[in-house]
Design a protein around this ligand. Structure first.
Ligand code: FE2
Ligand code: FE2
Length: 386
C-alpha cells in the first residue's frame, strides 16, 4: 500500500499537464508494472529521427575541441585498472564506503536494530546496490548517447557523440566487471531510475534526451560517483571511479554546450515545459532514490516498515552527502542552460535547494578542478547537506 500511495503522490505533485504526459506513462511502467524487473530484457521503442548532413559542416568549434579532448583521453579499462586487487566487501580495514555512510545510530533511532556484523553486511549490500544502479544508468547512457548522436543537429556534436558512446560502453564494462567479479552481487534496476530512463529513451525530442541524460542523470552520476570516490578506502573502486568521472565531466560539458544555444531559441511555452520537466526530475531524484531493493531483501515482511526505512536512508550521512554533491553539480547547469528562471526558483526553494543556485556550471569545471574540489570538500557530513 505504501508503494502505491507513493506512486500516487508522484502524479498529484506534477502541476504541468505536459510534464505529466511526458513522465506519467513511464511512471506507470516503472513504479506500478515494474518493467525494469520483469525478466532479463526490456524492449523500449524509440521515436526519434536520425539526421544526416551531407555537407559535413564545421559547425561548433567548442564541440570540436571537446571531440579532440575526448580522443586524447581514451583509456582501456581492461589494462589500465588494477584488477589484480582482491576485494572483500566485508573487510573492515578496507571499507567500500565508511561505516557511518548508513550509520547505525540513525538506524536505531529509526527503530531498525542491527548488530555490528549485520550493519557491516547491510552497508556492503547498500554499496552493491548503489554500484548496480550506476551500471544500469550507464546502460541507459550508452543507448541515449547513441540516439542523441543520430539526432543532434550539430555535425561536430555527432563526432563528439561517437566518443561518448565508447565512453559509456567502457563504463558498463567496468561497473559490470567490478560487481560480478569483485562483489558478486548485482541488484535489479531501481524503479525510479527506470522511469527516467524509459521516459527519455522514448521521447522523440533530442533535447529532452539531452536534458534527461546529459544534465539530470549525469548530474546524479557525478554526485554519486563523487561521494563514493571521496569516501572509499578500496583502491580499485577509487581508481575505477576516477577514470569514469574524468569521462563524465566531458559528457556534462557537452550537454551544457548543446542545450544553452538550443533552449535560448525555443518559444517561452516550450522552454517552460522543459524547465518544469527538469524540476520534476530533480525532485524525483531528491526524494525517491531510496534503495527499496535493499529494503525488500532485508526487511520486507518484517516489523521494519518502508516508512521507517525511508526515514533512515533519508537521514543517513552518506545519502545527505550524496544529495549535496549531486545538486551542487546539477542545479548550476540548469541555470546555465536557461532552466532556472524566477518562475521555478520558489519551488526549488521549497525543496531546500536554493543554496545551489550560484555554484559553478559544467563549462567552468575542468577534470583537475573536480578532483581538487572533492579532495578539499571533506567537511563533516550534515553540516551543509540536503
Ligand atoms: Fe557514463
Ligand atoms: Fe556519461
Amino acid at each position: 500500500m505504501d508503494a502505491v500511495a507513493e506512486t500516487a503522490s508522484l502524479f498529484t505533485s506534477m502541476r504541468n499537464p505536459k510534464v505529466l504526459l511526458a513522465l506519467g506513462p513511464a511512471a506507470v511502467r516503472g513504479l506500478l508494472l515494474h518493467r525494469g524487473k520483469r525478466g532479463r530484457a526490456t524492449e523500449v521503442p524509440a521515436h526519434h529521427v536520425a539526421r544526416f548532413d551531407w555537407s559535413y559542416p564545421d559547425d561548433h568549434p567548442e564541440m570540436r575541441a571537446l571531440y579532440e579532448r575526448a580522443k586524447r583521453s581514451q583509456w582501456n579499462a581492461a589494462t589500465d585498472l588494477p584488477w589484480q586487487i582482491s576485494v572483500d566487501p566485508l573487510d573492515p580495514t578496507v571499507p567500500l564506503v565508511p561505516d557511518d555512510f548508513l550509520d547505525r545510530e540513525t538506524a536505531i533511532r529509526c527503530g531498525i536494530s542491527l548488530d555490528a556484523a549485520a550493519h557491516r553486511r547491510l552497508t556492503a549490500d547498500f554499496a552493491s546496490w548503489a554500484l548496480s544502479q550506476f551500471l544500469h544508468g550507464e546502460q541507459g547512457a550508452l543507448y541515449a548517447a547513441a540516439q542523441v548522436t543520430e539526432s543532434v543537429q550539430f555535425f561536430d556534436g555527432k563526432l563528439y557523440g561517437s566518443t561518448q558512446v565508447v565512453d559509456e560502453g567502457r563504463h558498463v564494462e567496468v561497473f559490470h566487471r567490478y560487481l560480478t567479479e569483485k562483489l558478486q552481487k548485482l541488484y535489479a534496476v531501481n524503479d525510479n531510475l527506470y522511469v527516467i530512463l524509459d521516459a527519455l529513451l522514448r521521447d522523440s525530442r533530442w533535447d529532452m534526451k539531452f536534458l534527461g541524460m546529459q544534465i539530470m542523470i549525469e548530474g546524479l552520476a557525478l554526485g554519486a560517483f563523487g561521494v563514493i570516490y571521496q569516501q572509499t578506502k578500496e583502491p580499485l573502486l577509487k581508481a575505477l571511479l576516477r577514470g569514469v568521472m574524468r569521462d563524465e565531466v566531458r559528457h556534462v560539458h557537452y550537454g551544457v554546450l548543446a542545450l544553452r544555444d538550443h533552449i535560448a531559441q525555443l518559444s517561452e511555452r516550450e522552454r517552460r515545459e522543459r524547465e518544469e520537466w527538469a524540476l520534476e526530475v530533480a525532485i524525483l531524484l531528491k526524494n525517491r532514490f531510496l534503495a527499496y531493493e535493499v529494503y525488500d531483501e532485508w526487511f520486507a515482511g518484517s516489523r521494519v516498515s518502508r516508512k521507517q526505512w525511508r526515514t533512515f536512508v533519508d537521514l543517513a550521512p552518506g545519502m545527505r552527502r550524496f544529495r549535496h554533491i549531486m545538486f551542487h553539480r546539477l542545479i548550476p547547469n540548469l541555470r546555465e542552460i536557461g532552466l532556472l528562471t524566477p518562475q521555478v526558483r520558489p519551488r526549488y526553494e521549497q525543496a531546500g535547494l536554493s543554496k545551489y543556485f550560484e555554484g559553478p556550471a559544467a563549462h567552468e569545471i575542468t577534470e583537475d578542478r573536480l578532483f581538487a574540489d572533492l579532495e578539499a570538500d571533506r567537511r563533516p557530513v550534515g553540516a551543509d547537506s540536503d
